[in-house]
Write a protein that binds this ligand. Structure first.
Ligand code: SAJ
Length: 405
């Protein structure tokens, strides 16, 4: 079905590429843009540069039908959809809240790149998870570049899809849309209703931005509670998995699972956006972030202690295998990964090899296959990848991934 509308998707990563491929399969003519030449070439061959179930089929059919092309530069279109990273500045702290400062450089450069192509009647969408006020900042940036804001629509619709389930969730999830004014909200809602099966909920840009940050902060707080319980249970010699399972039998209790920390570009980053603009009021959100980060330090200490005990007993330092480096099971994404941080830290002080079935190489680490890893003295399970589910724990297995619960 040809919809006769064109979309320029800026950023062909974990959100932009699935969205571009989905839109192309739904009849939109899609001009994808990325600064990464390798990504552009791979997509134009009908292939993908990231791991995500079903994405290859969508991209392949979109490229073969001619409805999706990948490019290095934007072009004129009816709709512009920006899905670029919004990380934080690793080297800057907010003076008031002592929290990381969001880095909006990619949003600004994407906005500047599309500005010359914008025409009256266009709809500009920001999908990147962003601090409150970013959509308005984007509109201001367009105005500075000479775009007449009264002739276009600008709105935020945060992506909410879960890596590993992106293609299904892009269609099925409810969507929040918020414009910089009423007509922008309506134009954005109409666009999303054309391909989303879930409900499309209308609000303003600031509330839409905060809604997304709130969802991820909620999950971070809940996981921090689980991680705190895991450290308390260790003190009390209680099995935390049994504890949570029992507590979750209560009809109004739903505690998430402890792990080796919280990673990924979303949950481990977005709550800081709230802290950064919260003027000291986001105390619980901040503590959750710190607790989840601390859990990784605690894991490092546990492994160091186990290694010390081994050395005291055996008279030689142990060989340690870290199992899993991705930020969560069955993906290849290493962004803000606690498992990678833990393994890198341990690698500096111990004899470490690592297993990551979804990645071919990681600078500075010795990657080995599962069988080689199993010959190590201490096995540290950090991520519950499906490949590890048949493994058997031995005396010197330390499981932070809940595989052997
Ligand atoms: N984790 C735990 N225990 C749990 C669940 C997760 O330790 O019980 C850890 C994971 O191992 C991982 C981190 O939390 O390190 C985040 O994983 P996740 O699966 O909770 O979430 P993400 O980051 O993959 O995706 C989240 C989702 N947000 C919510 O569930 C509220 C997704 O819907 C968002 O679209 C995505 O962030 C995003 O892009 O913001």
């Amino acid at each position: 079905m040809e919809i006769n509308k064109s979309v320029c998707v800026v950023g062909l990563g974990y959100i932009g590429l699935p969205t571009a491929a989905l839109l192309a399969n739904r009849g939109f003519k899609v001009h994808g843009v990325d600064v990464d030449k390798h990504a552009v070439n791979t997509i134009n061959e009908g292939k993908i540069h990231i791991v995500e179930p079903e994405l290859d089929t969508f991209v392949n059919s979109a490229v073969n039908s001619g409805m999706l092309t990948a490019n290095l530069e934007p072009t004129a279109a009816d709709i512009f959809l920006v899905a670029v990273p919004t990380p934080f500045h690793h080297d800057q702290l907010n003076q008031v809240t002592n929290s990381p400062v969001p880095n909006l450089d990619y949003v600004i450069s994407a906005t500047r790149a599309i500005a010359p192509h914008i025409k009256p009647g266009n709809l500009v969408l920001l999908e990147s998870t962003s601090p409150v006020g970013t959509t308005q900042m984007m509109a201001d940036e367009l105005e500075k570049a000479g775009v007449d804001l009264s002739s276009i629509h600008v709105a935020h619709s945060p992506e909410r899809v879960l890596p590993g389930h992106i293609m299904r969730e892009l269609i099925e999830n409810d969507r929040v849309v918020g414009g910089i004014n009423e007509s922008s909200t309506l134009a954005a809602a109409e666009f999303y209703r054309s391909f989303v099966q879930g409900e499309v909920l209308e609000t303003n840009a600031k509330t839409a931005e905060m809604a997304k940050l709130t969802e991820n902060a909620f999950r971070d707080v809940n996981i921090a509670f689980a991680n705190e319980l895991s450290m308390l249970s260790d003190e009390m010699e209680i099995d935390v998995y049994e504890l949570i399972k029992l507590a979750n039998h209560h009809p109004r209790v739903n505690i998430l699972q402890p792990g080796c920390g919280v990673g990924g570009h979303c949950i481990s980053v977005d709550p800081w956006f709230i802290v950064n603009s919260g003027n000291g009021k986001a105390k619980m959100v901040e503590q959750a972030r710190r607790t989840n980060d601390y859990k990784s330090d605690w894991v490092i200490e546990k492994v160091k202690n186990a290694a010390l005990q081994f050395e005291n007993k055996q008279g030689r330092p142990p060989k340690v295998a870290c199992m899993g480096l991705a930020f969560k099971p069955d993906i290849d994404d290493l962004r803000e990964s606690p498992a990678l941080r833990i393994t890198t830290a341990l690698n500096k002080i111990l004899d470490v090899v690592a297993v990551e079935p979804n990645v071919e190489k990681v600078n500075g680490l010795k990657l080995v296959d599962e069988d080689t890893a199993k010959t190590a003295d201490i096995l540290v399970y950090l991520v519950a990848h499906k490949q590890f589910k048949t493994h058997v724990a031995h005396d010197l297995t330390i499981d932070f991934a809940g595989l052997f619960k």
